[in-house]
Design a protein around this ligand. Structure first.
Ligand code: FES
Length: 214
């Protein structure tokens, strides 16, 4: 594979041809917000947080854009901020009101995005009070799904498809009622837990062991 040089936010970096701009940026310590990206999955461009501004002013998702020798991109412009900030604020507004007890605590990608954009969660909550909490979904015998924490990035759905080659999970419902659920025969799920391992926000969690009283 040949090497190419590109410029991200004023920094010249080297990339393998065929690599995406997002992977190149992350490998070189340049953070670009992302939720639906995972290095082991095909890029789908679902969350649209990895936007970058091209030399001609066009906004393009960095996770789906392969590097081109000599390209110059900017990820911290006003235009990018204006495009992604409302999405993140909305996600926060509809997200669980507390991080306490979350399985993703300390590695939550939404928290990383939020602190990168310096978003004040309390201010967002004041502007838009969170809707009523939704009940935990007992997905199967191994894990549960928390619709209050899920950001609908599709990483679990795509893990099932890309890693296992089956499509057992999908989006169901509409609007604010959209959630992830088994689609088809859930008994085919082998509980490999690969989806849990990749969930960026703690939307999926292992079932708590049932307490047996003697
Ligand atoms: Fe690129 Fe989600 S990381 S669209």
């Amino acid at each position: 594979m040949s090497k190419v040089t590109i410029n991200i936010d004023g920094k010249e970096v080297q990339a393998e041809s065929g690599q995406t701009v997002l992977d190149t940026a992350l490998a070189n310590g340049i953070y670009i917000p992302h939720l639906c990206h995972h290095p082991e999955l095909k890029p789908r461009g679902v969350c649209r947080l990895c936007l970058m501004e091209m030399a001609d002013g066009e906004l393009i998702t960095a996770c789906r854009m392969p590097v081109i020798a000599g390209m110059v991109v900017k990820t911290k412009t006003k235009k990018v901020d204006k495009a992604i900030r409302p999405t993140v604020e909305l996600l926060i507004a509809y997200h669980h009101d507390t991080c306490r007890g979350c399985p993703a605590i300390g590695k939550c990608e939404l928290q990383t995005v939020m602190s990168h954009l310096k978003i004040d969660r309390k201010r967002v909550r004041r502007l838009r009070p969170p809707p009523a909490k939704k009940p935990l979904d007992k997905m199967n015998s191994s894990f549960d799904y928390d619709p209050n924490r899920c950001v609908l990035c599709g990483v679990c759905i795509n893990t099932c498809e890309d890693i296992h080659g089956v499509s057992l999970l999908y989006y169901v419902g509409r609007g604010h009622e959209t959630k992830v659920a088994f689609y088809g025969d859930e008994k085919k799920c082998e509980s490999c837990l690969e989806c849990l391992a990749r969930c960026p926000v703690g939307g999926l969690m292992l079932k708590k062991p049932v307490e047996v009283r003697h």
